[in-house]
Design a protein around this ligand. Structure first.
Ligand SMILES: [Zn+2]
Length: 340
């Protein structure tokens, strides 16, 4: 069983994007009153959008299940207001639920949250609860910067976020720390803002007592942990200078990294530096980087190939990375009555 913990519905039928365009166009009209409206997408359209993309790649690469969430760039929390963010998130999550219901052996759902700049994250609790308790979702994507590159809300470790964490702990669902688009021209979205978000979240965790307050809370830092594994010595040293316990003790019961890095040397480094217990296999397909590496002849995001190529990895560690850790971190993974 190979579980990919990081996949987005980047190939959703065009009606979803058209809905969003209408919503954004409405926001420019001062007389606009947000209305949720409907999304007219048939099951066959959903099947078609997945068969030639995520499902085809699962089969070709030999992975079994993808933990599936709405398109991260599409979350666009910086756009609109609390109401439009809620309408948009509900539609995106409902569509994920439909995709996962059509292919229960291939996809397990994770939701986006209706975050809005300057609005307390407590406003996301109702949607998280709906997705988990009514639709069987097993986690959420949490945007550490709903401002899209301007970082004007408090850090993830601030009490601003605590009501949401209390609900996550109660529901036993983890969050993947995942930014959305960048509206700051200094930061390219997937090339800089994403990696900044990952790295920033980790450093915030080091400087806080968040996991003393929430000992069971779990976060996945995607994209291989941003710059963190590469600078592990720096972060260990910073923690030490601050009088903190070693990182392993401080964070590694609560913080996990995925394998979404797109060449073999960096996967080797990740596996050398971070304990196997804290690494979750992922590819983020179909996602940020879609091309083929001319140096290898394979897709950059075919990350299973890199993990398989690591020499000397024990069978036990491989099992953890490919499936065991997901079951531990996403406590609800096995609780959906599916045959797995
Ligand atoms: Zn992603």
């Amino acid at each position: 069983m190979i579980i990919d913990c990081h996949g987005h519905y980047t190939t959703a039928p065009k009606e979803l994007e058209e809905y969003r365009k209408r919503q954004i166009a409405g926001l420019a009209d001062p007389k606009y009153t947000p209305a949720k409206g409907t999304l007219d997408i048939g099951d066959d359209q959903i099947r078609e959008s997945l068969e030639g993309a995520q499902l085809k790649l699962q089969r070709a690469r030999g992975t079994n299940v993808t933990i599936f969430s709405p398109r991260a760039m599409g979350m666009g929390h910086h756009i609109g207001n609390e109401t439009t963010s809620r309408h948009w998130s509900e539609h995106c999550n409902d569509l994920i639920h439909r995709a996962c219901t059509l292919y229960p052996d291939n996809f397990v759902a994770v939701c986006q949250l209706p975050q809005t700049p300057g609005v307390p994250p407590a406003n996301c609790i109702a949607e998280l609860e709906r997705c988990v308790t009514q639709l069987g979702f097993i986690g959420c994507n949490l945007n550490p910067d709903p401002w899209g590159g301007y970082w004007k809300d408090p850090p993830l470790t601030d009490k601003w976020w605590y009501p949401l964490y209390e609900k996550m702990a109660e529901l036993e669902v983890p969050a993947m720390v995942h930014v959305s688009g960048s509206c700051n021209p200094n930061f390219h979205a997937t090339g800089a803002h994403y990696i900044n978000g990952d790295t920033t979240a980790f450093m915030q965790f080091i400087t806080s007592d968040l996991f003393k307050d929430f000992p069971t809370l779990k976060f996945i830092i995607p994209h291989g942990g941003g710059a963190v594994p590469y600078h592990w010595g720096r972060y260990r040293g910073l923690a030490q200078d601050m009088g903190k316990p070693p990182l392993k003790e401080l964070l590694l019961d609560n913080v996990f990294f995925d394998t979404c890095v797109y060449h073999r040397p960096r996967i080797e480094l990740l596996l050398k530096v971070i304990p196997a217990d804290n690494i979750l296999f992922a590819s983020e397909m179909v996602g940020a980087v879609r091309g083929i590496d001319p140096e290898t002849g394979h897709y950059y995001d075919d990350t299973k190939r890199y993990v398989d190529a690591i020499e000397g990895m024990s069978a036990a560690d491989k099992e953890k990375i490919f499936s065991g850790n997901v079951r531990r971190v996403y406590g609800r993974f096995g609780a959906r009555g599916l045959k797995r």
